[in-house]
Write a protein that binds this ligand. Structure first.
Ligand code: SF4
Length: 492
């Protein structure tokens, strides 16, 4: 006899966590809802839609094999789907869901009367993070991360960090290696559910992303076996001949629930001990999982919904053409990175931050337009990930709530950490002139445009001093106007 509905959003696909942790197949009806709004409400990347829908349908099937009664409902909205599920039972029963991962969904479900159980898809309870954040003067991730290491007992022995340091970042900044053979990627196998979803979406079936827990676990093991040891040194580099390098490619599965951070960490530590992997690599990966990921999610909830709308630098340029079409630019780095996204809905953190967000920042693209584009185009782009990353870190739209300064970069950084510049029509060393690198031009123009605002920030003093020393500022300003116009038109 059914006495409860358990609602499973598409990012809670886990049998052992969330609302399913204490579910009973005899008395619970499990409901998943593929809402029209979710599918057609935004200009989603098809690979992302395919991943989310196929994962959810596989999960629904898996629940049935575990003996659960499952309804996979197609409806206009989530709420309409839940009404449909209630109606099908012919009686009023409570609806249970783990606290949703987005503020808007939380409010909508709360208003509908859904009862929540705590969201345990992270290692840090929301109130514990709130406690930490409310005591901070500035939200330094490194401080939070060290607390996490101690609190969770990860890579800590007798209160001291394993390897003698908490952070090995200074060892992990190598440019792309030369004459290097990257291990092959895991190609995912496809089944009839994948084929059906791809057909419905009119999407070409690719084999990059797993749509089952088994596939996600296989990806984790593949990373731990072939990539973990060398992950650290090249984690910030961008190679031209390899789209993933040594990155784990597991964020989509962590973010939709197929795997849990606790098992990722347990497996990582096991592999580290068994294989004696380099501590600089293991620590860097652990930091991403127990540090950055938890910190960003915590900050999303701590800062609240209004934070999403911040635009401290009054950046109002329409989204650049190149974000929508990789061929609308001659900038080798931007073209290469956007082409990767068009193909797989993914690039690692450095192209996201130092190429895409940097471009949005220094051209003055409206942060909300850029945020929407990032949300729509990345396979792992949950609201909680993208809002702090774009509004805080990427575009400094929050005026310094998250980071103490903006992080604009010119061509020199991209030239050092990527292989794009060698074959680019532009010269990363030039800031003015016809073949000047647009990043180098716009870096200085950005500082110049916001000189008054940044004057108040002592952490920007060095950069403003550099600006004062430029002898070609007038020429650079003219070039910047030309470049910005060209980026709008899509011919730079
Ligand atoms: Fe990008 Fe400038 Fe390098 Fe060209 S020269 S690849 S535009 S950073």
């Amino acid at each position: 006899m059914i006495s409860r509905i358990i609602y499973i959003p598409f990012d809670h696909l886990n049998m052992s966590h969330g609302a399913l942790a204490k579910a009973n197949p005899k008395t619970d009806l499990v409901v998943l809802i593929e809402s029209k709004r979710m599918v057609t409400g935004r200009n989603w990347h098809k690979e992302r839609l395919f991943f989310m829908i196929s994962s959810a349908r596989h999960f629904a099937k898996e629940l049935e094999t575990q003996g659960f009664q499952v309804q996979y409902i197609k409806a206009d909205t989530t709420i309409a789907g839940l009404e449909k599920a209630k109606k099908s039972l012919g009686k009023d029963v409570p609806i249970i869901c783990a606290e949703p991962s987005s503020i808007k969904q939380f409010e909508a479900l709360q208003e509908f009367g859904v009862d929540f159980v705590p969201n345990d898809f992270f290692l840090t309870p929301r109130d514990l993070f709130r406690d930490w954040a409310s005591k901070q003067k500035s939200f330094v991730m490194e401080n939070f991360y060290r607390l996490q290491r101690n609190r969770l007992g990860i890579l800590v022995e007798d209160g001291k960090p394993v390897g003698g340091q908490w952070n090995f970042d200074q060892d992990n900044r190598l440019p792309p290696p030369k004459n290097y053979t990257w291990p092959a990627y895991l190609e995912q196998t496809r089944d009839e559910i994948d084929v059906e979803v791809a057909k419905e979406l009119n999407h070409e079936l690719a084999t990059t992303w797993a749509t089952t827990r088994a596939g996600a676990l296989a990806q984790l093991q593949h990373f731990l076996k072939y990539h973990m040891d060398a992950f650290g040194p090249y984690e910030d580099a961008v190679a031209k001949d390899n789209w993933a390098m040594h990155h784990s490619l597991i964020s989509p599965y962590l973010n939709n629930g197929l795997i849990h951070p606790s098992e990722v960490i347990a497996e990582t530590i096991k592999a580290y001990k068994k294989n004696d992997y380099a501590i600089q690599s293991v620590e860097a990966f652990v930091r991403q999982v127990i540090g950055w990921r938890e910190y960003i999610n915590g900050m999303y909830w701590f800062l609240g919904y209004e934070y999403r709308e911040a635009n401290a630098l009054k950046a109002n340029r329409t989204l650049l053409t190149v974000f929508k079409n990789s061929q609308a630019t001659k900038m080798n780095c931007v073209q290469g990175v956007v082409a990767d996204i068009e193909k797989r809905a993914w690039t690692h953190h450095i192209p996201r931050l130092m190429i895409l967000s940097n471009l949005a920042l220094i051209t003055g693209v409206n942060p909300q337009e850029f945020l929407d584009w990032m949300r729509e185009n990345f396979i792992d782009a949950s609201e909680w990930v993208m809002v702090p990353n774009i509004i805080g870190m990427g575009t400094y739209a929050d005026g310094g709530k998250l980071m103490t300064k903006p992080y604009p970069a010119g061509g020199a950084y991209i030239s050092r950490m990527t292989e794009f510049c060698k074959t680019c029509v532009y010269d990363p060393k030039k800031r003015s002139g016809d073949d000047a690198c647009p990043f180098s031009t716009l870096y200085w123009d950005f500082l110049d445009r916001h000189r008054e605002t940044f004057k108040m920030n002592h952490r920007m003093a060095q950069q403003l001093k550099g600006l004062d020393r430029l002898s070609d500022l007038d020429e650079l300003r003219d070039r910047a106007k030309f470049v910005l116009k060209g980026l709008d038109k899509g011919n730079i």
